[in-house]
Design a protein around this ligand. Structure first.
Ligand code: AMP
Length: 465
């Protein structure tokens, strides 16, 4: 099945071809025809399945008949509103909308908190047809009278489960009350709790339901491995694994922001190019971390669960759980970042005695045991320490994180990963794999990373027409 056969207009087909997409993903096959037919939709799909194009392409086609090049803001009312839980996801979605609409004269912009509101106001004042927003900042604009939602025809709630987890329900209700009752609504969520179903019941009318992945299904291609290790030796083992296996792009999960900072500093001291992403870092720092991780300057990104949600990170060969999450569901979200697009991935957990109960929960949720690996010989193994201990080590003189970064050798090009022969740099190739893994596709042009970052750093101007 091709994009042509889905009935998309030539301008969109050209844009999709420019992105390097050769065939629609399963969610796109399911979503595009009903959205074009103006149905409401309840979509069960995770980020990474191509769902953004699944809703953005048909929305742009529905808006296209009224596109115009008039300089008058009145001729560019907000006609599609896309709500996302996180700033990063909002920027990514708008980046995609921009790419898909490059041959149309429709305008888009993105608004989210944590950055100066004034460039957003300027962009909104000049008129945009597609607005991507996080709920809180959108309500700030409502309060300041800098946005008019009275002409919205299509609403998308992206990652609705995350929005609810993050406490956005009251904001969503306020926003829904500001929209015209006569509209098309699409709701996407990776899980369907009772609360999501209630929300869907309130905002959708006779929705078409689509689903592309089993609920909370861990990718079958992921190998789940673990080391049993004392808490104070985890740092040592982590650095050893990264170096000895020449891991060039690893997402490492910890539970708290403090641990993320400590572990990043410890890795830097150990000569590993590491950065961290968590909610205490400024927006600029978070975006710098993400870009450096994506472009390979940093081999390791230490993340908390909240900060990692919704990030569009290309398929990763490795995810390491430095600490297990309290909720087994978070383990599944974490490892969902590897084993995508038919490529094998490896999830490695460092488990100490205190985490035994969490491990039991995870193994129950996965319905399988994590493979126990024997402890490797570690050079300098007599230097046990945890991030906590190392930071408080008397007499230590930690170098500032930034300064050490630039003296570190960056392995380029990356050496092959011994396990599974996964090649991170290989472009996405459609596979004939069926099931959940066949849905995950990733093609992120480098230019798009730069654009996302500039958008998040405040470059929020509406698309030039
Ligand atoms: P999403 O789930 O929307 O975040 O998309 C995941 C990634 O897949 C993004 O980097 C998209 O650019 C990419 N993508 C979306 N549709 C396709 C397609 N049909 N073929 C190849 N890559 C795609």
């Amino acid at each position: 099945m091709s994009f042509e056969s889905l009935g998309l207009m030539p301008e969109l087909l050209r844009a999709v071809a420019d992105q390097g997409y050769t065939e629609p993903t399963p969610i796109q096959l399911q979503a595009i025809p009903p959205v074009l037919a103006r149905h409401d939709m309840m979509g069960c799909a995770q980020t990474g399945t191509g769902k953004t194009a699944g809703f953005a392409l048909p929305i742009l086609q529905l808006l296209a008949p009224q596109q115009n090049a008039s300089p008058s803001p009145a001729r560019h009312p907000i006609r599609a509103l896309i709500l996302t839980p996180t700033r990063e996801l909002a920027a990514q979605v708008e980046e995609n909308v921009r790419a898909y609409s490059k041959y149309l004269t429709l305008r888009s912009t993105v608004v989210f908190g944590g950055v100066d509101i004034n460039p957003q106001i300027t962009a909104l004042r000049s008129g945009v047809e597609v607005l991507v927003a996080t709920p809180g900042r959108l309500l700030d604009h409502v309060q300041q009278n800098t946005v008019n939602l009275g002409r919205v025809e299509i609403l998308v709630l992206d990652e609705a489960d995350r929005m609810l987890d993050m406490g956005f329900m009251p904001d969503i209700k306020r926003i829904l009350a500001l929209l015209p009752a006569e509209r098309q609504s699409l709701l996407f969520s990776a899980t369907f709790s009772e609360e999501i179903k209630r929300l869907a019941g309130q905002m959708l009318r006779s929705p078409v339901s689509i689903e592309v992945a089993r609920r909370n299904a861990p990718a079958d291609l992921v190998t789940h491995r673990m080391y049993e290790i004392e808490a104070d030796r985890k740092g040592l083992l982590l650095a050893h694994l990264i170096k000895s296996r020449n891991m060039h792009q690893v997402l490492v999960f910890v539970r708290t922001k403090r641990d993320a900072n400590r572990l990043m500093r410890e890795l830097l001291r150990d000569g590993v190019a590491a950065t961290a992403i968590h909610s205490d870092r400024t927006q600029a720092e978070r975006m710098q971390a993400l870009e450096e991780f994506k472009n390979g300057t940093m081999n390791v990104m230490v993340a908390t669960d909240i900060a990692a949600r919704g990030l569009d990170i290309e398929q990763l060969p490795f995810v390491i759980n430095y600490e297990l999450p309290y909720a087994a569901e978070d383990y599944i979200h974490r490892i969902g970042r590897t084993g995508r697009a038919g490529s094998p991935g490896e999830a490695i957990s460092l488990v100490c005695a205190e985490e035994r109960r969490m491990l039991d929960d995870i193994e129950r949720a996965l319905k399988r045991k994590l493979e126990r690996l024997p402890m490797p010989e570690i050079a300098g193994g007599g230097r046990p320490r945890s991030p906590r201990q190392s930071e408080e080590r008397p007499g230590s003189s930690p170098r500032p994180a930034r300064a050490s970064v630039h003296t570190l050798p960056t392995p380029k090009p990356p050496a092959p990963i011994p396990s599974g022969g996964f090649d991170f740099n290989k472009p996405y190739e459609p596979t004939t794999t069926t099931g959940a893994n066949a849905d995950a596709v990733r093609v992120v042009p480098r230019s798009s990373i730069r654009r996302q970052t500039s958008a998040l750093l405040g470059g929020l101007a509406a698309k030039k027409t």
